[in-house]
Design a protein around this ligand. Structure first.
Ligand code: ZN
Length: 195
């Protein structure tokens, strides 16, 4: 059973993964939205429901293995693999270079589904794709929870995201929310309002 866009959005709102207001992002810019996928993935039942959209999309694809970049992708990859009855492995950075460690490996010709939590430019996913190709395995698709590129990102394989959001941000000295001066600036995670 797949969730509708509205049901997915409800889960994000309910778990405070997607907040509306006036936020100070880690980049220093201001935004009217804040997005933290881990807030959803802390609930296994919501993770199961949301990942079912990815698993159902790829159900009829020939897949041997699910692979995901650490940290964000691991929970998603694991849950999608569970629903597809496959196994999941993950890549991680070693001296900034994405690698397969911990005895994980891919055989030539192995059919691989790449999973991730949030995609903005898709950097980590592209790195995982390169690892798969370098081992002569085959990427069959890319599944991810949130597309923050507003649908612009294209991995060149069948891809499925469960939610598309565009987070627009402003430089602090040119922020319309600051100018309106109605909602005080909040640094997400700190719960402390800043002015
Ligand atoms: Zn502002």
């Amino acid at each position: 059973m797949s969730l509708s866009d509205k049901e997915v959005l409800n889960i994000f709102t309910k778990t405070e993964a997607l907040l509306s207001g006036h936020f100070l992002l880690t980049s220093g810019r201001h935004s009217d939205k804040y997005f933290q996928c881990a807030k959803v993935l802390q609930y296994p039942n919501y993770t199961e429901q949301i990942c079912s959209n990815i698993a159902e999309y790829f159900r009829d694809f020939e897949i041997d293995t699910v692979i995901a970049p650490a940290m964000g992708g691991i929970i998603v990859g694991n849950e999608v693999a569970r629903q597809l009855g496959k196994h999941s492995i993950f890549t991680e950075r070693e001296d900034k270079v994405m690698t397969l460690r911990r005895g994980f490996s891919l055989e030539p010709g192995e059919k691989v589904l790449v999973c991730e939590d949030v995609v903005t430019t898709g950097g980590s996913v592209f790195e995982v794709i390169e690892i798969v190709k370098s081992l002569s395995a085959e990427v069959v698709g890319v599944g991810f929870i949130v597309d923050r590129s507003n649908g612009k990102v294209n991995f060149g394989y069948p891809q499925k995201s469960t939610l598309t959001v565009e987070v627009i941000s402003y430089p602090p000295d040119d922020c319309p929310l600051c100018k309106e001066n109605k909602i005080s600036l909040v640094k997400p995670g700190s719960r402390k309002a800043e002015k």
